[in-house]
Design a protein around this ligand. Sequence first.
Ligand SMILES: [Zn+2]
Length: 297
Amino acid sequence: MSGIELGRAEYYKPSGDFTVAGPLLMLGIGAAAAVLLGSVYGYLIQYNPIVYINVIGALVFGGGLGWAAGIGIRRGKVRAPLIATLDGLAVGAMGVFVAWVVWIHAFAGRAGANVWIFNPAELWAVIQQVAATGAWSLKGATPTGLALYAVWAIEALMIAGICVLVCRNAASKPFCEPCAQWAQSKTPSQSFGAVDDLDALRRRLEAGEIDALAALGAPSPERSLAVTLLECPTCNDAGFLTVETITLIEQKKGQKTSRRQDVLRNLIVRGRTLELVRSLMQRQHQESGTIAPVAAK
Ligand SMILES: [Zn+2]
């Protein structure tokens, strides 16, 4: 009998451990990404006048840095969100630094000068000069001074913040400590019909009553439950169950966006309970596989 069947639900919590190589890999791969993506981003911001695209660029830049540092997290088995945060912040800062160096280079290049400033103190002095005169205009206004610093601060926070979030997320993924392996999904996430009483569903699943999922009806396009099972690839006895509600929300102009909300995240399932979840997922996968062509017309 596992703890779950005795009514004491256990959720996965990162152990805080990491290999020595982990943080170094994060910094090394992150630095390479900072040079590459920072250069692209620096030129994009210098030459592209459309604010919307620049904002998307900042998000993609931050996400790309986090993804690259995340390779170090996965390879280096970093299960320490604090290390992931600190390293993510360092990689984000490197990215912002490179973007500034390249942006100043491109800015000066447009005036026919060939300028590379790598010394942070000198770079800061040039940034202050740019802030005094303004760097670009939007709707006829050229922000300078505080307004411009505020825009740059938000931009830097966005890039570094997303990098940190991606890193923390990667370091918080389920990991089987006895086997020293990241958990993987053997069957893709499956949709089930939604229920109104999500608390009851959570309690039943925490009590190991997997029937609660099996009894759910067919998913509707407006509202469904997404069930994900991650498993240790080695011992076959460590499963991590996540259930989310997916609600389709109609926006203005008939656009639809889906909102995901956790019912439970990374509930630890073992033994008989794990076998039940696994076979339920496989059955649902086969059934959805056979009806999908019909549903898709
Ligand atoms: Zn294992």
